[in-house]
Design a protein around this ligand. Structure first.
Ligand SMILES: [Zn+2]
Ligand SMILES: [Zn+2]
Length: 284
């Protein structure tokens, strides 16, 4: 089920991908090489080991889940789509294939993606039925990692720039202006720029994570939420979580290779009227 490529094809995605590929290791290197030794007089202390282990676990999970997002084929090409148009299906003129319900064509990927959520610019591929789990976990760890990094280096940075004065707070918002007017030197400018980018990452990942949590809870894709489609909602929030993260949803945070079988094949989905009908039938 591999996609056969890792590096994004679209220029905009390539820039985002490279920015992330350089930015994340740079931020982690800063925390471990510069900040960590300042806070701990002995580098052999168990607390240092705990910070390093936590950093490694978060980073490895972000990288591995993003790798799974990219290398998992989100399209329906391998499924042998039917030549006869079934009820609820639509014909995709670009793919020249019959496309199942909840599947949409992505102009950037050049294919129809099963239960398509959105096109991710940081991985350069679509998020859908088969790889949504990895995307969600990657976003969760990016969010945790960003908050962890910002809070960990916060007091070190204020200490280096001379305290949380009004001028210093303003220079966090616009470090490029602060260095031009001579308020920051090259080192403190670098510190402030890093912290400013980390704060942006915190806001961005907070939004992405909670938006995804809302989608999971309601059993909708981003497209369905925008267009008010509610017919695929499950019987409960827990059922919606299982639909997206699989049967062993509670273990998906551990590592992407942990198996969690998804219900269905990505082509047929239970619809709300049918679920309601089943519930009525059970209550008879
Ligand atoms: Zn298509
Ligand atoms: Zn796409």
């Amino acid at each position: 089920m591999a996609t056969g490529h890792i590096f994004p094809r679209r220029r905009y995605d390539q820039v985002s991908f490279i920015f992330m590929l350089i930015g994340i290791p740079f931020g982690i290197g800063f925390e471990v090489i510069v900040v960590l030794p300042v806070y701990h007089s002995s580098m052999t202390s168990p607390i240092v080991g705990l910070h390093v282990a936590l950093t490694l676990f978060i980073t490895a999970n972000v990288a591995a889940n993003m790798y799974w997002v990219i290398t998992t084929d989100a399209s329906g090409r391998s499924l042998g789509l039917p030549s006869v148009l079934k009820s609820g299906w639509k014909y995709c003129h670009e793919c020249q294939l019959n496309s199942p319900p909840r599947s949409y064509h992505c102009a950037h990927c050049g294919e129809c993606v099963l239960r398509r959520d959105h096109h991710c610019v940081f991985t350069g591929c679509c998020v859908g039925f088969r790889n949504h789990r990895y995307y969600l976990v990657a976003v969760m760890y990016l969010w945790i990692g960003a908050i962890y990094g910002v809070t960990y280096s916060w007091s070190y940075i204020w200490q280096e720039v001379g305290g949380a004065t009004v001028a210093n707070v303003l220079s966090l918002v616009a470090p490029h202006i602060a260095v031009v007017v001579g308020h920051l030197d090259l080192y403190t400018f670098t510190l402030m720029s890093l912290q400013a980018m980390a704060c942006v990452l915190v806001f961005l990942t907070t939004y992405l994570f909670f938006y995804q949590v809302a989608l999971v809870r309601s059993g909708q894709t981003a497209y369905e939420r925008r267009h008010g489609v509610t017919m695929y909602e499950g019987t409960s929030a827990a059922d919606n979580v299982r639909q997206l993260l699989g049967e062993r949803w509670y273990l998906t945070w551990v590592w992407p290779s942990v198996r969690s079988r998804l219900p269905g094949d990505g082509m047929q989905f239970r619809t709300k009227p049918l679920i309601d009908e089943l519930e009525d039938w059970k209550n008879l």
